[in-house]
Design a protein around this ligand. Structure first.
Ligand code: UDX
Length: 451
């Protein structure tokens, strides 16, 4: 099938490369000419495991090409996939202007019947709006052809996006025949492998994406709030999550308490859904607190650190992890940014280390003398008064605790991602504060008489 993908961002690039891998001829278009030039040389502009290899392979096979010429893409394709961004506007609603601009270009250059597939995350009703817009513009251009809008939301996780595309747990398509059949045939090699494909109305498909992300975000905020109660009673949130997760009606995933969710999707989509609910005069209580609890939880580390030190001025703290989760170089809405900002205001000096994000993070905090950028986890431990863990990268989770003791001795660790088992921490005699678990402090060792 001849397919064009509009937008060489994270969803567009992964989709374009994976569809080429499935045997389609794909042309991926972006307005950013510099990015296109990079991609034409088979260089990947984002960090995403498996993607650079896949891009090289498909470009070499001539299954995938990149262009900034939208007309060339439109006239050479039968299926048009929109994967441009839908960032938050100031009121929280999704800005669909990039999607609309692509639709207008498609209508301008199109010469035959076609299907427009919307992969961008858009509020329910957007497909209907786009369809109306297309029909009006076709009349304006006096084109006697039919263009049909189909919704096809993406559920890709950063760091696992190629795997997720090729091994999706479900494919959701919203629209009507005969366009639906075309999209079904695009995914045939995946559905032949048993991946379920659900067809539904366009609005249902659009709403499914928001509801799925909000449900996952809600689970995280739910566990984060329960973790605060666990701390009051010296309970262990990990044990609670395990006990809950074995109930098949609940399941074990996304029950990990921490210091809040970040990234390019959950925060933005929860806010967009909240805006949509309010705009339709529905009581939005539940959706208001998902985001509120998340904002509060991002300050958890800061509150703990502040309570521990009498004054933070001149204190030096090592920070492990900056990205919003491990396996990505993405700093969007990362908890690290909130914590760094708050500690800097209090006059703290920070030694920061992350396996991937240092160059990007440096550009967010230019020339700040209170910040030392480290090139290893160990460098961020030297001569610090405390260690803060923000992202659970494997190199931190697997760090030898006896070695950690050599650097920190009785200086506290504030772990926002519960990287270590408490038994290992106690065996190494570390001073450790984690989320929703008993504090392993001086008082703890005194009580156990094992300091
Ligand atoms: C998410 C959705 O999972 C994906 O389906 C959608 O298409 C895009 O948004 P992503 O943003 O890549 O994917 O990250 P994800 O792995 O879902 O994690 C999001 C955030 O939640 C991270 O900050 C992570 O640390 C946090 N999280 C996740 C928790 O705090 N606890 C958990 O149990 C799981």
């Amino acid at each position: 099938m001849k397919i064009s993908v509009y937008g060489a961002g994270y969803v567009g690039l992964v989709s374009a490369a994976c569809l080429a891998k499935l045997g389609h001829r794909v042309i991926c278009v972006d307005v950013n000419e510099e990015k296109v030039r990079l991609l034409q040389k088979a260089r990947c502009p984002i960090y995403e495991p498996q993607l650079p290899e896949l891009l090289r392979e498909q470009i070499q096979k001539e299954q995938l090409v990149f262009s900034s010429n939208i007309k060339q893409a439109v006239v050479n394709s039968e299926l048009h996939i929109i994967a441009t961004g839908t960032p938050s506007l100031a009121n929280g609603s999704a800005d669909i202007s990039q999607v609309e601009a692509v639709v207008s270009s498609i209508v301008k250059w199109i010469t035959a019947n076609a299907t427009v597939l919307v992969k961008s995350t858009v509020p329910p009703g957007t497909g209907d709006l786009l369809q109306e817009k297309i029909d009006e513009e076709l009349v304006y251009y006096n084109k006697k052809i039919k263009i049909t809008v189909v919704s096809n939301p993406e559920f890709l996780r950063e760091g696992r996006a190629v795997y997720d595309f090729l091994n999706a747990d479900r494919i959701i398509i919203g629209g009507e025949a005969p366009s639906l059949f075309l999209v079904q045939s695009m995914y045939k090699s995946l559905t032949d492998r048993g991946i379920p494909l659900l067809t539904m109305s366009r609005c249902s498909a659009e709403l499914t994406k928001y509801a799925a992300n909000a449900m996952l975000a809600c689970r995280i905020s739910f566990m984060n709030q329960i973790s605060q109660l666990a701390e009051v009673f010296d309970a262990d949130i990990g044990e609670v999550a395990q006990g809950m997760g074995l109930d098949p009606r609940i399941g074990p995933h996304f029950l990990q308490a921490g210091i809040g969710y970040g990234g390019s999707c959950f925060p933005k989509d929860v806010r967009a859904l909240l805006h949509l609910i309010k705009a339709n005069n529905i009581n939005a209580n539940l959706f208001e607190v998902i985001d509120e609890v998340n904002q509060e939880q991002k300050e958890w580390l800061f509150r703990k650190i502040k309570n521990h030190f009498n004054s933070l001025k001149g204190v030096c703290i090592g920070v492990w992890g900056l990205s919003f989760k491990p396996g990505t170089d993405d700093l969007r809405e990362a908890s690290s940014l909130v914590i760094i900002q708050k500690l800097l205001v209090e006059g703290v000096r920070l030694k920061l280390y992350d396996p991937l994000t240092i160059p990007e993070a440096k550009s967010l905090f230019p020339e700040n003398e209170a910040l030392t950028w480290c090139n290893s986890a160990v460098a961020a431990l030297e001569k610090v008064d405390a260690l803060v863990i923000v992202t659970e990268w494997p190199e931190f989770k697997n760090f030898d605790l006896n070695r950690l003791k050599q650097y920190l001795d009785k200086k506290p660790i504030f772990d926002g991602r519960n990287c270590f088992d408490l038994s290992g921490v106690i065996a190494a005699k570390l001073f450790y504060h984690s989320v929703g678990r008993p504090a392993i402090s001086e008082a703890f060792y005194k009580e156990k008489k094992c300091s």
